[in-house]
Structure formats: C-alpha cells, structure tokens
Write a protein that binds this ligand. Structure first.
Ligand code: GLY
Ligand code: MN
Ligand code: MN
Length: 440
C-alpha cells in the first residue's frame, strides 16, 4: 500500500514548530467518534489536521507541540492499551506504541490529560489551536487555562494569546510534497479504474445504485477504506442536481448518467466526474453539450501553471461555455456582454474547481490580500466545468431540457504547467463510445 512515510510526519511537525512564535504551544484533538444510531458508530475518519501532523489513526487523542521543550517537543495523549476493549474493538497503540511507532517524544494516557496538560501550557505565552471548529474542545481548553489562572496567586503564568492554528497549518497543507502527490496519484488511479468499471457496466434497466456498487467494489479492492465523499450517481434529470445523493433511480435508454466519485487513500482524496450515455451512444444534443464542456476543460488546463492566478482557469471555462451556448442558440447575444451579465449562470452555476488534498474541498486560501492567489508548484486542484439545463427551463427548446454534463479531473501544478492525475478514464466522445461498445 502506498502511504505517507513516517519521516514526513516528523518533517511536518518540525516545519510547523519552526513557524510558531517563541514560547508557544499547539494543541490539536483527534476527531471524535460519530454515533450513527444507538450503539452503532460511523466508520472512523481521523481529523485531517490531526492526521497531517501525526498519522495517528485513533480517536480520543490529543497532539501537543512545544517547540524547544527539553523533554521532547511532541507529546501525544492517547488511549491506553486495554485487553478487554481491544478484544471487542481492535488493537490500540497505547502510550508505548505512540512513542515507538508514531514518533512521539513523550506520551500520556488521555485519561490523565486534565492533570497534565495545564502544567504543559503553564509558562507558555501563546496557545495555537483550531479555535471555533470544535466547541467541546474549546471548552476543555478554557478549563485547562482556568486551572492555571486559579493558581496565579502561587505564581502560575497563564498564556495571554490565543492564535488560530489554521493559518499556518492550512497553508502548509496547500503545498503537496512528492510523497503526497504519490498518494494522490494512487487514489486517482483507483478512482479511474472505478469509473471505467461503471462505464462498462452501464445499461438501461439497472439502477443508479448498481453503478455505485461497481465504484465501491473497485475502491475497496484497491485498498481504499472509503469514498472521499458521498458518490453522486445521477441519471436523466438528476444530472442537473449538483450534489445529488439519492442514487436510486432507474437508468433509461437515451439518458445520460453523471458520476462524480473518488476514493480516499491514506486520507487523501480524489474527485472525478464523467458523464456518459446509459446506452453507450451520445444523442446529437448530448454530444453538442458534452463537446462544449470538454473544450472548456481543455481551455482551463492551459491556464494552470506557476504564476497564473487561481481565477484564470475558471474564466477560461466561462468563456468557452458562454460562446458554446450562443452557438447552439441556448443563449442569444454578444459573448462578452453575456459574460459580464453572468447570463451563463443558469447553465453553469458553480466554479471551475477547488483545492484538493486530505479534504475533497481542501484547505488553503483562494485569495491573498484581496487578490486571487497565484498558482505555485505543488498546489493540487480540480478542474470541473459543467453545463446543466434544468428540466424546467422554458427558455430553451424541449430537446435540451434535463441534460446535465460535468467533466472533472484532478491536477497538480508543476514547473511546466500541471500534471493531470486522473487521465486514466476515457473522456472524448469517441473514447467513451468505443469503451462502452467493447463492453457490450
Ligand atoms: N464532489 C464534489 C465536487 O466535485 O466538488
Ligand atoms: Mn470537485
Ligand atoms: Mn466531484
């Protein structure tokens, strides 16, 4: 299995600590276990920030980073080994494993955190945490601070500055290392195979969930623990619902099916959309729309390179889509004026992409100082233009209504331009029709 090497977690912690102000401390909790119903839990997914800094896969854990601490800069609070619980729920690292296998300098039982952590915070001037994202943890943090304040008359020094950790950490996460790109390539490779499988399986009479099952099978067989987000399998008019999740409609002859799905490997997402005809042959109208979306995506790729700004790829898609809709008679008027008036928005209402990484809609600022961010080597993003003609759009001829097309790929910015991670699924009309014909 391809995964992030241990040494990279050490490097990340050191890089973060190097950016923290002198005499500070950073504190991050693991994701909580989420209850699904009664005593059934959701599949556990570690918090992305916590995972980024530790690779530690368990709940009930807290990372503490203390730059310059003599007895070790990286302290991990975690669950203790427990034969009875491990018999039921699986192995735990325990405090010894946290040091031996996960690089902690020091580890303590999570049950002792209230006794130990105030002592670690005491005397540090600043506390970095993900303020505001976890109300329960924020409350605990204030309780630990209050323990120190209550001892002020004994000379205890509570910190006097609280700093949001996100700014430093999320900027680090925006730039993908070689090891991260390797993991993202693997997630992309498996997701491509899944889309190919679903294309080959597509037939009228099946249901959307039949194709979802093909995706899940390939994801799991490839070693992915789970999809990176709820798979969208949308046929017919459902393809015009951007985040459709129901996935239970019948696949009909003559309709398109839009699949937006990707798996996650070692907590790194992939995010692919392909749209194809259920019966393997595009109709004239479906093909006309599809070709515009595809051309707009090609135009966007050409705008992804170091020193291009974030919005250029989006602007390229708007240009091609608006011109294409005019050519088909779906919009009337001058292309530049239509763009200025956002006339394309009833057909193309979302942006051309987003950052991609540990979170499918990954962290990182899109604007810096009020200006669109300039792309740099190692940034990963999606390119996902689409045209959606509402089934209720009375302004267009009936033959166009209910057609929804999105094409989405994942890219990493390179020195020369960008690397497309998800090139392994057919994309042109000819390629898709050939693959589907061969599977019949
Ligand atoms: N799958 C959600 C998105 O493409 O942004
Ligand atoms: Mn996306
Ligand atoms: Mn997507």
């Amino acid at each position: 299995m391809i995964h992030i090497p241990k040494a990279e977690y050490t490097r990340r912690r050191k890089a973060l600590m190097a950016q923290m102000e002198p005499n500070s401390i950073a504190i991050l909790p693991a994701a909580a276990v989420a209850i699904r119903n009664r005593d059934v839990e959701h599949v556990y997914r570690q918090d992305s920030d916590f995972q980024y800094l530790s690779g530690f896969p368990e709940p009930e854990a807290v990372i503490v980073l203390m730059p310059g601490r003599q007895h070790g800069e990286y302290v991990l609070f975690c669950r203790e080994r427990n034969a009875e619980r491990e018999l039921w729920d699986g192995l735990r690292a325990g405090t010894e494993g946290a040091i031996r296998d996960f690089g902690a300098d020091d580890a303590f039982p999570i049950t002792d955190i209230d006794d130990i952590l105030p002592g670690l915070i005491e005397g540090r001037d600043r506390v970095y945490s993900a303020m505001g994202s976890n109300a329960e943890f924020d409350r605990h943090l204030m309780e630990w601070i209050n323990v120190i304040r209550s001892k002020a008359h004994l000379g205890a020094q509570p910190p006097n500055e609280f700093v949001a950790l996100d700014h430093l950490l999320h900027d680090m996460r925006l730039y993908k290392s070689a090891a991260e790109v390797k993991v993202m390539r693997e997630a992309a490779r498996i997701s491509c195979a899944a889309h190919v499988k679903a294309m080959q399986a597509s037939r009228a009479g099946l249901h959307e969930f039949s194709l979802e099952a093909e995706l899940d099978y390939e994801f799991r067989k490839g070693g992915a623990k789970m999809p990176a987000y709820g798979s969208i399998v949308a046929t017919g008019r459902n393809s015009c619902i951007l985040h459709y999740q129901q996935n239970d409609a019948l696949l009909k002859d003559g309709d398109l099916v839009l699949i937006d799905a990707g798996c996650e490997i070692d907590c790194y997402a992939s995010d692919i959309t392909r749209t194809w005809p259920v019966n393997g042959r595009f109709s004239a109208e479906q093909k006309a729309i599809y070709e515009i979306v595809l051309a707009s995506q090609e135009a966007a790729f050409a705008e992804i390179a170091p020193n291009k700004h974030w919005n250029q790829a989006h602007e390229a898609t708007v240009q091609v889509i608006t011109a294409g809709l005019v050519k088909l008679g779906l919009l009337q008027g001058d292309v530049d004026e239509l763009i200025a008036g956002e006339a394309y928005k009833p057909f193309y209402m979302h942006r051309a992409g987003h950052w991609l990484g540990m979170d499918v809609h990954d962290v990182g600022e899109y604007k810096v100082g009020g200006e669109w961010r300039v792309l740099e080597v190692g940034m990963a993003l999606t390119v996902e233009p689409g045209i959606y003609i509402s089934p209720d759009n009375q302004n267009v001829a009936k033959k166009w209504r209910g057609i929804g097309v999105r094409i989405e790929d994942d890219v990493v910015v390179t020195k020369q331009g960008c690397e497309i991670l998800t090139g392994g699924v057919p994309k042109t009309v000819a390629e898709i029709e050939a693959l589907m014909a061969a599977a019949r």
